[in-house]
Design a protein around this ligand. Structure first.
Ligand code: NAI
Ligand SMILES: O=C(O)C1=N[C@H](C(=O)O)C[C@H](O)C1
Length: 271
């Protein structure tokens, strides 16, 4: 499978590339960075410390040319919401399938992405967290949301000091899963608390973001009742947990339904 990686020099993109070049059934054919990058034309392998791989870094301003020239099977995007939307528009128009892990999309951006996938009838796996454990965690909290239906829910996430979006895409997905299961709108979320906020309502779900150091990614969902609480915690020790999921998503793409966004539940057979 021929793969183009967007966000090639980032924390995730560079680790994905280090893995892809070792996989026998995968070939790295493109390494895309920010438009007009100073790294234009440099070998991606030399830049990320794995030696020459024969693929030049290109700015996203050349994405169309790279896709035309290399005709990849999948474009993998781990960038920023604005960058990802532009990369997705370009790739989908050219019929290139997608694996997207970028987080922080607003509703309008998600709608644009859904339209791109549908109108161009491409295959896409999009998930805020590719780790297998997190996707099992999603299944468990969905069950607990109804098993402990009258328990208060609070969501806490912790990430490294460089993360730019908050709360994490995973925390927002956890909120969505619990609200859907309980038949509530996501507007019940309370993002942090400060001042005389009054007693907690039954409805609200607190969502809290911690940032610091090199935390790879921790997520906790608490179900709090009278006299007890149940906490479900996932801790990523290494970004390799996410990359293992990315490799599975790339291999799943040929089985994905065209014109519709698939997620890691589909990839992992958790539906
Ligand atoms: N779904 C998942 O499992 C995971 C998702 N993420 C998400 O992935 C995204 C990236 O995270 P990191 O790698 O930590 O960030 P990062 O900041 O280390 O990497 C992003 C890279 O994208 C590049 N970039 C910017 N504009 C671009 C463009 N138009 N085209 C191509 N490249 C461009 C930047 O120069 C940078 O190298 C974030 O949204 C993060 O939340 C992170 C880890 C796991
Ligand atoms: O930015 C990160 O690092 C991560 N982002 C994802 C998110 O926002 O949920 C997934 C993971 O927790 C790491």
């Amino acid at each position: 499978m021929k793969i183009v990686v967007c966000g090639a020099c980032g924390r995730m993109g560079s680790l994905i590339i280090k893995n892809v070049v070792k996989e026998k059934d995968m070939e790295l054919v493109g390494a895309i960075e920010a438009p007009n990058t100073e790294l234009e034309g440099k070998d991606i392998g030399e830049t990320i410390g794995i030696g020459h791989v024969g693929v030049k870094i290109r700015g996203a301003n050349f994405l169309k040319e790279v896709l035309k020239d290399k005709d990849p099977d999948v474009l993998v995007d781990f960038t920023t919401p604005n960058a990802a939307v532009e990369n997705i528009k370009t790739a989908s128009k050219m019929g290139v399938n997608l694996v997207v892990g970028t987080t922080g999309f607003n509703e309008e951006q998600m709608k644009i992405i859904e339209d791109c996938v549908e109108k161009n009838n491409i295959k896409a796996v999009i998930s805020p967290n590719m780790a297998v454990g997190v996707n099992v965690f999603f299944k468990i909290i969905e069950d607990l949301a109804s098993l402990l239906e009258d328990y208060d829910v609070e969501i806490i996430e912790a990430h490294h000091r460089h993360k730019v979006d908050a709360p994490s895409g995973t925390a927002m997905k956890a909120l969505e899963i619990i609200c859907d299961k309980r038949g509530k709108s996501k507007d019940v979320a309370v993002y942090g608390r400060k001042g005389i906020v009054g007693e907690r309502s039954d409805e609200e779900i607190g969502v809290h973001a911690i940032r610091g150091g090199d935390v790879v990614g921790d997520h906790t969902v608490m179900f709090l009742g009278n006299g007890e609480r149940l906490e479900i915690i996932h801790r990523a020790h290494s970004r390799q947990a996410f990359v293992n999921g990315v490799l599975r998503a790339i291999r799943y793409i040929k089985h994905a339904k065209p014109g519709k966004i698939s997620d890691m539940k589909d990839v992992l057979g958790l539906r």
